[in-house]
Design a protein. Structure first.
Length: 405
């Protein structure tokens, strides 16, 4: 067995994933009791010692973020669960919230308790209606048991309205505040000035679920999987030409080839059965050649050597019949559509890349594209513009992937 079942429990109790029975079965009632008996600093020390890094894409150390919000000046503080999940090829938070909504919520409550917040938001992708209902049930359970609610930690669900950019943390704050979801210039960072100008802790769903299982057990148990540098597990979302598409939980350090081929994971390349490339980390990720896939582990250092990162955990697989120019054209259109248009390098850059792609110029206008990509990376306000050219640039750096089908 290569698949791990910590975040995605193999429990099928009749009471359902949002019930008080499930809370107990998962050890989350004990996790809350344990955290409530600890000081803020002790909780933050535990999270820091676990080495948990953000699972939303940037892999920022979670304990460090909690410490910054805890130390920030401010009467009112907020915590936010980011469940906007609108990146192409990313669907792991949806599965996680469907199967274990209490996990991420327990992590959110522990986070609120640690940084001194009395108000929490769950910002959820608008299309995830069933997930939203499951989350609402789980909030009811926690409220009935006295862990959440007005007077304790009030948890409110807010639905996104279909924009990828609303997942960017400061755009998300604007959306909650009833403004256009446009990113803010940073600094100031959310840890000091987030929602309504107050210190705000924002974490991805999977990051918070990791906090819950950490407190339901301990740091030693947590580190039984993973590598020395990165303890624990990661959810990966396999899609494209893969025999068994879906979301799987795997230990950090697992060979990428095993994730694709193990019978209980990806089950092998579908379509022609011959791999052309893997796009790792979503639309703003990096294409890896079959050779690079064979040499990579799911580990920040191993992937960093190829200029790649795990991102949100999206793994898109393409067999050797796929024209990658066509794929890049689709990605270019996505970014041109989703740019909020606030800053010029991103607004014009995403549009120009799409136009060049539509005209079939991706393999010939390489110098122009490199220059455009660099300008976008250097001068865009937010992560969307800074990362939109990455997948394209990764192919320009890998001439072997460029041949026409
Ligand atoms: C365009 C864009 C979209 C994003 N969408 C998401 C998202 O849907 N979910 C998420 O957790 N983080 C998303 N992020 C990252 C967030 O800004 C933020 O870094 C993250 O929620 C922090 O949580 P973490 O430290 O637990 O990863 C997005 C970033 C950008 C630039
Ligand atoms: S980089 Fe793009 S998405 Fe981000 S603020 Fe600028 S225009 Fe908007």
């Amino acid at each position: 067995m290569n698949e791990v079942r910590r975040l995605l429990p193999d429990l099928r109790s009749a009471s359902g994933p949002a019930s008080p029975e499930r809370l107990a079965e998962r050890g989350f009632d004990q996790a809350l009791t344990k955290a409530w008996a600890m000081s803020s600093q002790a909780i933050i020390d535990e999270v820091t010692a676990s080495g948990i890094k953000g699972r939303g894409g940037a892999a920022f150390p979670t304990g460090l973020k909690w410490s910054s919000v805890n130390k920030a000046e401010g009467q009112t503080k907020y915590v936010v669960m980011n469940a906007d999940e609108s990146e192409l090829g990313t669907f792991k938070d949806r599965v996680l919230l469907e199967e274990d909504p209490l996990g991420a919520l327990v992590g959110l409550l522990i986070a609120a308790h640690a940084v001194g917040a009395r108000k929490a938001f769950c910002y959820i992708r608008g299309e995830y209606r069933e997930v939203e209902q499951m989350l609402a049930k789980a909030i009811d359970t926690l409220t009935q048991l006295g862990w959440a609610g007005p007077g304790r930690i009030d948890v409110e669900i807010r639905r996104g309205a279909g924009a990828y950019i609303a997942g960017e943390e400061t755009a998300l704050f604007n959306s909650i505040e009833g403004k256009r979801p446009e990113p803010r210039v940073k600094p100031p960072f959310p840890t000091n000035k987030g929602l309504w100008g107050s210190p705000t802790l924002i974490q991805n769903v999977e990051t918070l679920a990791n906090v819950a299982i950490l407190f339901a057990h301990d740091a030693q148990w947590f580190a039984e999987y993973g590598t020395k540098a990165t303890a624990g597990t990661k959810l990966v979302a396999l899609s494209g030409h893969i025999q068994r598409p879906g979301v799987y939980e795997v230990p950090f350090g697992m060979a990428l080839a095993d994730i694709l081929n193990a019978p209980d994971l990806g089950g092998g390349v579908a379509g022609s059965g011959r791999l052309r490339a893997v796009l790792l980390g979503g639309a703003a990720g990096t294409f890896l050649s079959p050779d690079e896939v064979a040499q990579s582990q799911l580990d920040y250092a191993s992937l960093g050597a190829f200029g790649a990162s795990i991102g949100s955990g999206a793994v898109m697989v393409f067999d050797d019949t796929v024209d990658l120019q066509w794929v890049l054209t689709k990605l270019a259109r996505f970014f041109a559509d989703e740019s909020c248009g606030q800053c010029v390098p991103c607004r014009i850059g995403t549009q120009r890349i799409w136009e060049i792609a539509e005209k079939g110029g991706l393999w010939t206008r390489t110098e122009d594209l490199r220059e455009l990509g660099q300008a976008m990376r250097d001068a865009s306000i937010c992560g969307l513009g800074q990362t939109a050219p990455l997948a394209l640039l990764s192919i320009l750096d890998r001439p072997g992937l460029r041949q026409d089908v």
